[in-house]
Write a protein that binds this ligand. Structure first.
Ligand SMILES: Cc1cc2nc3c(=O)[nH]c(=O)nc-3n(C[C@H](O)[C@H](O)[C@H](O)COP(=O)(O)OP(=O)(O)OC[C@H]3O[C@@H](n4cnc5c(N)ncnc54)[C@H](O)[C@@H]3O)c2cc1C
Length: 383
């Protein structure tokens, strides 16, 4: 057998990969974590941390105050020129993924994990209970156990079966330095704008910056000329509020980040015929639409749950995949349904009307798309 042998390999150093690395390291089982990016980078994400995500991060040793995360306690929903408001049932936090993901990887390193950057896995194959990872300059790695946490990116040899998911949306993100009066007006608030073809979220993150993150259908993006400026004009024509917020704002990146073909609604089907030493985490286990969803806490939950399942049962990935499905199935389905509803003009009006008449409705729907307390307690107690 040529190549290196490793007991535990984690592919992907996002929230799911870093959380499993931290948990295993604490239990005295340090892993090799391969991350393809040479350095911390920005990722397409609304960067809204729910109370569940915060609980996982605190458990993993992350101090959000120290990292400068903003505080968010009010939701404003916009449709055309109309606005509805509701208090959030918790104080959410806003922090860029560049800072957050690196802080978690640092935590994993301190615990003893070997985090190797600039190390993309090229492909994966399973051979008689041992998993072989083709790893560029490291050559071939033979892993006794593999945690697959590559997020939205599929790895050759382990592609997700995502047929039937919603895959016509494009995600964008751009950070802005807002004008002083607009920064003050956005402080403590997440603003969600519903528009034809998609929806956008605007909130403060660390360092006095604002994050504008949105999803739009491929068709609408083509209709507005396939440009960011065309897209912003389209949204601002429908929701003039965006013009006000971006008045005098300076973009922080040269161009927005984007992600295509997000398989919203995907859920990995547990299969006892799969290798029992291959655990799929985060967006490799399930992809929740971002509007009402809580993708970061699901990623963190999956990391802690996979580690605790492995530590207690060993090579029992089907048990883990069944548990994670049971924990997130309802949330992913409801968020996918909401996603479909708000993409229709009548659906948008209905949702907006309901939220304006009954602000608590927003809280109820959001609560139903989150990881439940009992599931969290189970994963946290064991990890
Ligand atoms: C538009 C949009 C907005 C969102 N907004 C929010 C939000 O506000 N709040 C929220 O909770 N969730 C949000 N989410 C969801 C959240 O971003 C994801 O659910 C979460 O990032 C999943 O974490 P992960 O660790 O599975 O994947 P990722 O965070 O994508 O991490 C995967 C990692 O694997 C690495 N990688 C990929 N391929 C390889 C390879 N071959 N070899 C080595 N490394 C590799 C990548 O570089 C990356 O670091 C949003 C998602 C989208 C698309």
């Amino acid at each position: 057998m040529s190549g290196i042998r490793e007991e535990i390999v984690i592919v992907g150093g996002g929230l799911a990969g870093a959380s499993v690395a931290c948990t295993l390291a604490r239990a005295g089982r340090p892993a090799l974590l391969m991350e393809r990016d040479p350095e911390p980078r920005h990722k397409v994400c609304g960067e809204f941390l729910s109370v569940e995500a915060q609980a996982y991060l605190a458990h993993l040793g992350i101090d959000l105050d120290y990292l400068g995360a903003s505080r968010i306690s009010l939701l404003r929903l916009f449709l055309g020129r109309d606005m509805a408001e509701a208090d959030l049932p918790f104080v959410a936090r806003g922090l860029s993924r560049r800072i957050l993901d690196e802080a978690l990887l640092q935590e994993a390193r301190h615990g003893g994990a070997r985090v190797v950057r600039d190390m993309p896995a090229r492909s994966l194959s399973c051979d008689g209970g041992r998993i072989r990872v083709e790893a560029g300059s490291l050559g071939e790695i033979h892993a006794d156990t593999l945690f697959l946490a590559t997020g939205k990116h599929d790895l050759r040899g382990a592609k997700r079966q995502s047929a039937g998911s919603i895959d016509d949306l494009i995600g964008f993100k751009l950070h802005y330095s807002l004008a002083e009066d607009q920064r003050r007006a956005l402080d403590g608030v997440i603003e969600v704008l519903l528009f034809t073809g998609g929806y956008a979220g605007l909130q403060m993150i660390e360092g006095g910056l604002a994050n504008l993150c949105l999803v739009v259908s491929k068709r609408r993006f083509e209709q507005v000329g396939k440009s960011w400026d065309g897209l912003i004009d389209h949204i601002a024509r429908e929701c003039p509020h965006l013009n006000e917020r971006l008045q005098g704002a300076e973009p922080v990146f040269e161009r927005p980040l984007s992600i295509f073909q997000i398989p919203y609604g995907f859920l990995h089907a547990p299969d006892p015929a799969e290798p029992q030493n291959l655990f799929r985490l985060g967006d490799q286990a399930g992809v929740i639409p971002s509007f009402t969803g809580d993708g970061m806490s699901i990623a963190l939950h999956s990391g802690c749950l996979a580690a605790s399942t492995f530590l207690s049962l060993g090579h029992a990935s089907t048990v883990f995949h069944r548990r994670i499905q049971a924990d997130i199935r309802r949330q992913v389905r409801l968020a996918s349904f909401m996603n479909r509803v708000v993409r229709q003009a009548t659906g948008r009006r209905m949702v907006f009307g309901l939220c304006r008449a009954w602000p608590a409705a927003m809280r109820h729907v959001a609560a139903l798309t989150r990881v439940e307390d009992a599931s969290m307690r189970r994963a946290l107690a064991a990890s």
